[in-house]
Write a protein that binds this ligand. Structure first.
Ligand code: GCV
Length: 660
């Protein structure tokens, strides 16, 4: 552990959080790279705060030790707090390292007497996907859907080589529980494809940095690599030459990176090549790569984001929400053990409100990973404050088979929890400093999917806004808590209503354009006319999508009487006068929430400005500037959405407020 590169925000690990552990006498037992990392952490903390790292039999008040026969399992640890001695024991050094970060979070209370507690990650694979391009993409830039500057790994077609920054990132990720990441975009361009072959050393150099904090590196690969890089005339997954090519490719990767995690693949999706070109199934495609990785212990993450992005908007029989289930559910049981189907949490595309994807509960014989989006593509692009932990907690707590069945968090244990990262080379890591919470919360929820998002917010506030950074931590934390806690709900209020989705400007997806995607080929429509709005996805009269759910949800969603208000327009086309469970009509709900959302954004901006004397200046200025933009944008959303529905419906606002 060394100091952070100058000018880089320490996020939730300012030195101050090491005070309570760094003033102790600390003993670390255990061998290997992760135990060495832990020793480096201890040495750094003790140097800063006057403690000592001791060896052998020397007296100590904090001890990290490997223990055989415990029930912690991989990466787990037991914490025992007795008078005068706090002990962390684990079956492996990774567990000790996670135990260290836990003790750091506890601070002084790690040294009070308490019953022993064992902590285990509920999900074995806790992964971040970087949509980073090696070369700057002409439309998408360096990081696709990135709102935090350039890539931490790549610049101008080359490895960036800023290893101090990469190491600091690895440390932040490990401290919140993340143990894997992919380092290039799922849309694999011709330059990026070569990371698999002649540029594998660049990936190996990153893997060296991440390994010391317990993270395994994965790579996105092109399904057509055997043609692009191997000179074959086919990528047919059943062709023996293709299979041999992938085996050799995997062997070469492992010769450079012995603990390589595996491949991530976007196939037959938004222009990426895939097995359909050869009349093969996605199980054939995934198994080809799984077989190549199997001898080395690697895994293929095969994305289920497969749909027709060249749809004719006039064609009412095609429903993008249905696509993943229609393609993949019939393949249940046909994937290898080291193939994981990676499913976006909602059926469309990371909207502010979607139902949970029916694929997640429909494939009991397939390992499923659930994919979330930490980067805020559709939730304000890190110009708006939008804390996503409450949304993710809802998703992870959803039970596809009703109360008796497993939750999404439990189902994800088979394949993992994965999220698209929001970090880049911005000095605050995440563009909007408050978006650091989203990164932190993802890691903590991946470790414990049923964690309370409010508690995670407090945890993050305590470690980020320490007394060294502010004169009044309590007031500051209370202020930031109040601007963040309801920020997802606020964002939802002033954007697309009642689960209908999109209404964003095409291409970059920022700001309102109610009909922006209405006559496009992307399959994202709201069907507003003079009488009503929403997508009929019922079995009775619509696309039949509700039938992809098990009971009780297939019934709950089928009827507007039982469908939850917040998802009404996702499942139903209803008249503007339809009365919600809240007692309001749909159109009045639209007007009210849009006025409220702007008022809430304005109130958050005022609250933030009242904290000016308490927040480090650079932080304050960056967030203040973002709140100006958030309020401007929220008003634009309000006025466009409200005007649109007033003009379509002719129904006036019952309170006579000005709608343009
Ligand atoms: C990486 C959405 C985004 C794309 C992204 C895609 C995906 O369509 O807008 O930028 O591509 O999802 O998840 O593959």
């Amino acid at each position: 552990m060394s100091s952070l590169p100058t000018g880089i925000d320490p996020a939730w690990l300012p030195d101050e959080v090491l005070r309570d552990v760094g003033s102790r006498r600390v003993l670390v037992r255990g061998e290997g790279p992760l135990a060495d990392t832990l020793r480096g952490e201890v040495a750094y903390a003790c140097r800063k705060f006057g403690g000592a790292q001791v060896t052998g039999d020397a007296s100590h008040d904090l001890c990290f030790d490997l223990a055989e026969g415990g029930d912690e399992g991989p990466e787990g640890f037991t914490l025992e707090r007795r008078p005068g001695l706090t002990m962390v024991t684990a079956a492996d050094p990774a567990g000790l390292l996670y135990g260290w970060f836990h003790v750091v979070r506890l601070g002084e209370s790690a040294f009070t007497t308490a019953p022993a507690q064992t902590h285990r990650p509920a999900v074995a694979l806790r992964m971040l996907d970087h949509w980073d391009n090696v070369s700057v993409h002409p439309v998408m830039g360096q990081v696709e859907r990135g709102y935090a500057g350039g890539s931490l790994f790549w610049q101008d077609g080359r490895a960036r080589g800023d290893m101090a920054r990469v190491r600091a990132y690895a440390r932040l990720l490990a401290s919140c529980g993340i143990n894997a990441l992919s380092v290039n975009n799922v849309n694999v361009g011709p330059v990026e494809a070569r990371l698999l072959t002649d540029r594998i050393e660049e990936v190996a150099a990153l893997a060296d940095e991440f390994r010391v904090y317990g993270l395994r590196v994965h790579l996105c690969v092109s399904f057509a690599a055997s043609m692009l890089l191997g000179g074959l005339d086919t990528a047919d997954p059943l062709d023996e030459r293709v299979r041999a090519w992938w085996r050799e490719a995997a062997d070469r990767v492992y010769a450079h990176i012995p603990d390589f995690g595996g491949f991530v693949v976007k196939a037959d999706s938004e222009g990426q090549p895939g097995p359909f070109a050869y009349g093969r199934s996605h199980a054939d495609g995934a198994n080809l790569l799984a077989d190549a990785l199997a001898p080395h212990g690697g895994t293929v993450h095969w994305r289920a984001f497969v749909y027709n992005h060249r749809q004719d908007w006039r064609d009412r029989t095609t429903d993008r929400a249905r696509a993943a289930f229609d393609h993949f559910a019939p393949l249940d049981g046909r994937f290898r053990d080291n193939a994981v189907l990676q499913v976006k949490h909602g059926p469309v595309d990371f909207q502010v409100r979607e139902p949970v994807s029916p694929v997640i509960g429909a494939m009991p014989r397939t390992r499923v990973a659930v994919e979330l989006q930490v980067t805020q593509e559709y939730t304000g692009q890190q110009r708006h404050a939008c804390a996503l932990a409450p949304m993710w907690a809802e998703v992870l707590g959803f039970r596809p088979e009703g109360e008796q069945g497993p939750s999404v968090g439990e189902l994800a244990a088979s394949g993992g929890l994965v999220a698209v990262s929001n970090a880049g080379d911005d000095p605050f890591w995440t563009g909007h400093p408050l978006a650091q919470f989203n990164l932190y919360a993802f890691g903590r929820l991946a470790w414990q999917p049923d964690a309370d998002p409010g508690r995670l917010l407090d945890e993050w506030l305590e470690s980020t806004l320490t007394p060294a950074r502010t004169d009044d931590p309590e007031r500051l934390r209370a202020g930031v808590r109040s601007v963040l806690a309801g920020s997802w709900a606020t964002y939802e209020k002033y954007t697309a209503p009642l689960g209908v989705g999109f209404m964003v400007q095409p291409g970059h997806h920022y700001g309102p354009s109610v009909d922006g995607y209405e006559y496009s080929p992307w399959g994202t429509y709201h069907f507003a006319d003079r009488d009503g709005v929403g997508v009929d996805r019922t079995r009775a009269t619509g696309t039949g999508y509700t039938g992809q759910y098990a009971k009780p949800w297939s019934e709950t969603y089928e009827s507007p009487e039982t469908c939850p208000d917040e998802l009404l327009l996702f499942f139903h086309h209803v008249p503007y006068g339809h009365v919600l469970h809240s007692g309001k009509t749909v159109v009045q709900h639209i007007y009210d929430t849009h006025f409220e959302g702007v008022e809430e954004a304005e109130a958050a901006r005022e609250l933030w400005s009242s904290l000016a004397d308490l927040v480090p200046e650079a932080w304050h200025a960056r967030v203040a500037e973002r709140y100006e933009e958030q309020v401007r944008s929220a008003r634009e959303w309000r006025d466009q959405v409200n005007s649109y529905f007033l003009r379509k419906s002719g129904v006036p606002d019952r309170y006579g407020r000005r709608i343009h």
